[in-house]
Ligand binder design. Sequence first.
Ligand code: ADQ
Length: 830
Amino acid sequence: MASMGSFPFRIETAIDSSVISQTENGNSRRPKLPLLAYRPRKFSGDSKFGSYRLLGADFGGLSLCCGCRVTRKWMLKRVNATSGGSREDETGEESEDALQVTIEKSKKVLALQKDLLNQIAERRKLVSSIKSSIIDQDSGSTFSSVHIASANGDEQDEVLTNASLSTNSVESTVDEVEENPPTALRNVLAEEVNAPGKNLPHTRTSSSIRSFEKDSSKEIIQSYEDTSEQLGASTMNYSKQISKVDLQKQSRSTTPETITSSSKTSLGVDSKKQLTDTSTETIPSDVPSFLSISRETLHMEDGKSEDFEKSSQEKVIVDKEDSATEEAKLPPLAGANVMNIILVAAECSPWSKTGGLGDVAGALPKALARRGHRVMVVVPRYSNYAEAQNTGIWKRYKVDGQDVEVNYFQAYIDGVDFVFVDSPVFRHIENNIYGGNREDILKRMVLFCKAALEVPWYVPCGGVCYGDGNLCFIANDWHTGLLPVYLKAYYRDHGLMKYTRCVLVIHNIAHQGRGPVDDFSYVDLPPHYLDLFRLYDPVGGEHFNLFAAGLKTADRVVTVSHGYAWELKTADGGWGLHGIINENDWKFRGIVNGIDTKDWNPELDVHLQSDGYTNYTLDTLHTGKPQCKAALQKELGLPVRDNVPLIGFIGRLDHQKGVDLIAEAVPWMMGQDVQLVMLGTGRPDLEQMLRQFEGQYNDEVRGWVGFSVKTAHRITAGADILLMPSRFEPCGLNQLYAMCYGTVPVVHAVGGLRDTVQPFNPFNEFGLGWTFDRAEANQLINALGNSLLTYREYKKSWEGIQRRGMMQNLSWDNASEKYEEVLVAAKYQW
Ligand SMILES: Nc1ncnc2c1ncn2[C@@H]1O[C@H](COP(=O)(O)OP(=O)(O)O[C@H]2O[C@H](CO)[C@@H](O)[C@H](O)[C@H]2O)[C@@H](O)[C@H]1O
């Protein structure tokens, strides 16, 4: 069957024997002239308006190239004209008038069709994006951001079914369009538009057409009217389809702004209600009594909440309008996997940061949002943050028998909702986030995890709460190890938050939230939960271990490199938790961190835009980097010398980072004509050591005790070599930053350092830096010696190392895709 024509018509050419057999004289032989039969099909409501069968393969030398009804009618008349003899004498003025009317009508129809074709082209893109994001072949079901916000399982199913059904409908329609591209019709239309009436007059000037009778013109007009009517109907129907597509696209869109604007602008009443219901009515009434007493305390503060919601909705709608075109063009990278993700961390750059966790919490969520997920970060509010507005939402949670009130602040930045949990216990500790005694820290984390877990219910971001369906939390380190435990104990054990999952990320196993078993009393859990926390190891004996409970209850566990994932399973690297990690190997995975390529980019770095520093790229490495080096030397009061290797160190001053190994190597270094700049805070003895080196080698060493993000950026840009002799390093970010800035890393090959710094091989000019196998000073000296030799004697090799480092794609884009795989695995796991 050759199928031609244009949407919404489906034209089929075929030999229809029943018609063949009904020739005028009743003979069953094939007629001399081709016959045409019109068989309208009833519009089924899905995609077809009618179907035409063209009988016969040839038509007086004209191929059956056009499926439009007009042409068919015209052909029919031509058959009659040919078979019925010439009537040229009857084609006078009257016929000319009729033709004129016909032409006018045809123009209108053509305009209508043209419009329709445009709409088809536009919507096809839209529908193909929906197709890719909807179908979940494995499960046969589809989760979408509509039910992200829905808490009721039944409702979710209903939404899914409806969505799937209507999508299928749209799909079939579009498939037909694709199967039957409207090229033929468009050709005819194009001709008609370019030269109105050209087609008809053209045919009419041919001898056979000149013989049209009066009636034939009327029939043509009637035919056009029919066509017009059908086009009108089809346009209406297609508009309905388009509306459906709109609705689905919007309701499936995962970004908060889309959801908000959908609820305000395009969603149908039911959909609006659904979203609204989610934000306000999904809070289960049968929440266990041992939970917070916050349920009744959702109150507005001087109407602030309303204002906040209104303003955030307005902002979101503007954002939505700005990005609407782009969104319509691009389907989410995550496709059918789009979900709501809430990353919960004790620190988040740029607001709070003591190390790499802050960097990850600030950057990974943005990368996940770029993939199309709706993403939130929940972090304590340690200080007043200019960007964050008070939502006016207050809740109270029980911590160690006391009611503690929290107030949620919110900001929407780079596609991510940042929610800050405010409470007196977090205030003014921005410089000592993990400070205080063990019980105080533990109580802060209890409060934080309880408050974070309920954010998706109570804090409307962009006007709509996240809800607990299709939701996955990402908890980070022991501080939020209670999150998966509370999710289980308070909710899932009670049949609540059934579709919510929690992935726990290990950034550093050395800190576990250990304490005496009695600490269990602070975490406010049923007694049978104690076993999750109880751990025995030769170092701590029987103790309370918060990380252990988190690892056991999390749906999935991630750590920040492959090397560290392997190390964590060993007795040396697991720090007492290797047993639990091995037992849970099935849910454990290593993913190497990415970096924020906006923050840490020599081309854009805001800290390189003053004080003699400069931004640079691969192309300007030759001039830019030396300028930064000179600026750093000048800023630190070191001799400004271009040819002296400048060695940098940035990091916590503790056992992990191997600062003591550097200290051991300093006397040797000072004999090598190098400059050494160290930035860090931590153990007082190591801080003192930095000061001492500076005093002792004042022309060569600078020891900056303190935490300065600006200085960290400037050292990264100005140094030639970055030293990282870490005893263990789960991932390490500084070596990644260094490589992006053309600074060559010299590292202990451990954990993520081994994963990310391929050792330089001078024979094939391969590699990114120098590594050494054991955390020992002589090994460090050996590797550093080789790097200095290359720096001085093999400039080309050095530049090759720099360039290879700078050319890597270290962004979060790759890592976020892998996180997405983990989140999806968690989502479908029961
Ligand atoms: N004094 C100072 N002033 C300014 N900035 C300073 C600073 N000291 C450190 N920083 C910054 O803090 C970050 C440190 O990140 P790292 O990944 O190197 O180590 P950290 O051990 O904190 O992180 C843990 O988590 C991260 C994230 O997963 C893992 O990469 C890592 O291996 C693991 O130990 C960098 O951005 C660095 O510039």
